[in-house]
Design a protein around this ligand. Structure first.
Ligand code: ZN
Length: 253
């Protein structure tokens, strides 16, 4: 079964048909799905959604774009959720220098705080990194959770990917791999072993070709698996099977 290692089914893009869509997943070959929190409001939405559907697995954390939402008074609330609600990871956390919604210093501080939470509660992390390759790598090296994690929607070079793989991290590959201009990601995917790759949608964003620009959902991962398969000269069944195994290992499912 397809294992979607990164989704946002709490997003309003799914408000109209969320239940219908999620109920159809099994019939489309999709098994487990990780639902990543990103904002303060999403924490509760993800919790409720994952309680309703046993194949949805929550992660709790604050996305770098929203670090200002994690005020000092809210930190114990986040920590309590992590401690008591059995998330499969802390996420999504990291650095995003593309938008300057908050300062680099604030982002780094919250990133380190959440990496330390992952260490404390023995959980892996889901890392978002955009235009912040070296800062992300250096901070992770200094604060490596023992359960490691995944660099989601990987957008750096093969050289950086290899560094993460050497550290025991997984590389998240999604719809971007099907885009014509995704030369670097194709190189990365070819250059690292399948045993270090997870597939992900990041839905509702980043739908693969032929749905590029439309709303994404986990059933479209067949297109991502096919592209990885053709790059690695194996079958897409093998890609689906091995990436599922990888995700079960990382998220302890
Ligand atoms: Zn995401």
């Amino acid at each position: 079964m397809i294992f979607d290692s990164h989704s946002h089914y709490d997003d309003e893009a799914f408000d109209e048909d969320r239940d219908e869509l999620l109920s159809s997943m099994a019939s489309k070959g999709v098994g487990d799905i990780v639902c990543a929190a990103a904002s303060w409001d999403s924490l509760k939405k993800i919790k409720n959604l994952c309680e309703k559907y046993p194949f949805l697995h929550p992660t709790y954390g604050i996305h770098p774009e929203n670090v200002d939402e994690l005020t000092p008074e809210r930190r114990p609330v986040l920590e309590e959720m992590i401690k008591t609600l059995s998330p499969v990871a802390i996420g999504e956390i990291g650095l995003d220098y593309y938008y300057d919604t908050s300062t680099k210093e604030a982002q780094k501080e919250i990133f380190i705080y959440q990496l330390e939470l992952a260490k404390k509660y023995d959980l892996p992390v889901i890392v978002h990194s955009r235009e912040a390759t070296m800062d992300t790598l250096n901070i992770i090296k200094e604060h490596t959770p023992q359960k490691k994690g995944v660099i989601h929607c990987f957008s750096s070079s093969l050289e950086i990917a290899k560094e993460y793989v050497k550290m025991g991290f997984y590389i998240g590959v999604g719809g971007v791999i099907t885009f014509k201009n995704s030369k670097t990601l194709k190189e990365v995917t070819k250059g690292i072993p399948l045993s270090s790759i997870l597939i992900e949608t990041d839905c509702p964003y980043l739908a693969p070709v032929p749905f590029r620009g439309k709303r994404n959902d986990s059933s479209y991962l067949t297109y991502v698996a096919e592209e990885i398969a053709s790059l690695k000269e194996i079958t897409s069944e093998e890609v689906i099977k091995e990436t599922e195994r990888n995700a079960r290992t990382l998220f302890n499912l």
